[in-house]
Design a protein around this ligand. Structure first.
Ligand SMILES: Cc1cc2nc3c(=O)[nH]c(=O)nc-3n(C[C@H](O)[C@H](O)[C@H](O)COP(=O)(O)O)c2cc1C
Length: 194
């Protein structure tokens, strides 16, 4: 294969689209799509994972997270694209985002709003934050995860085709098939005990 250089464009670092729910000072909800979301692990022994969320500028969601330390990460599905577009092009700084209909509920374990339509919601509390230029990156502890009751979530590894997430690369995408799991394509020989 012969490749060409295209500068520093990095849109191939694709992300699922999440809509972050936070409470404003007056107790009303604010929602905004945020796709700079990843994770790290503090300690594997007690499953201490941290969700990493990065936000640019002075958006309302960032101010709410800095004030309360509480947020909900709502997975955006194909059916929620109108909400992604609406929440992403409006700011809670300009008033309530209520120009289109949607319903929300309070989270179970944190003080933050969830979108009723989202089939996967992660309730988080900020453990640490780092400022780099005009961005702030929040390392968050997971307090609770909610999933659509119809989804089989007994074993580790969700079938993403059932959740139908929107993947964002500068354009919106859906995903195709489930291709299997680790070990389906190369089996490591089990080492015999010493
Ligand atoms: C698909 C999509 C993804 C986005 N991802 C991010 C992101 O990862 N980080 C960020 O700071 N802003 C991101 N934004 C921009 C915010 O959603 C936007 O600034 C929004 O208006 C903020 O609303 P708020 O002021 O109510 O928080 C994204 C917008 C869209 C449409």
């Amino acid at each position: 294969m012969k490749r060409k250089s295209i500068g520093t464009r990095h849109e191939m670092i694709v992300q699922p689209t999440f809509i972050i729910g936070t409470f404003q000072e007056d107790g009303s909800p604010d929602f905004a799509p945020i796709t700079w979301v990843s994770k790290t692990c503090e300690r594997d022994s007690d499953h201490q994972n941290l969700i990493i969320i990065s936000m640019y500028g002075t958006k309302q969601t960032k101010q709410n997270v800095q004030r309360t330390g509480q947020l909900c990460i709502n997975l955006a599905t194909r059916e929620m694209l109108h909400l992604v577009d609406y929440f992403g092009q409006t700011s809670g700084k300009d008033g309530k985002k209520d120009a289109i209909p949607y319903t929300w509920e309070k989270a179970v374990c944190v003080e933050a709003p969830t979108l009723t339509q989202s089939p996967w919601v992660c309730e988080c509390e900020v453990a640490q934050s780092v400022t780099t230029g005009e961005s702030d990156t929040f390392f968050c502890r997971v307090r609770n995860v909610q999933v659509d009751e119809r989804i089989d979530a007994d074993a580790w590894g969700l079938d993403l085709t059932e959740l139908d997430p929107v993947i964002y690369s500068g354009k919106y995408h859906s995903i195709g098939e489930c291709l299997g799991e680790i070990g389906d394509y190369y089996k490591v020989q089990e080492k015999s005990a010493d």
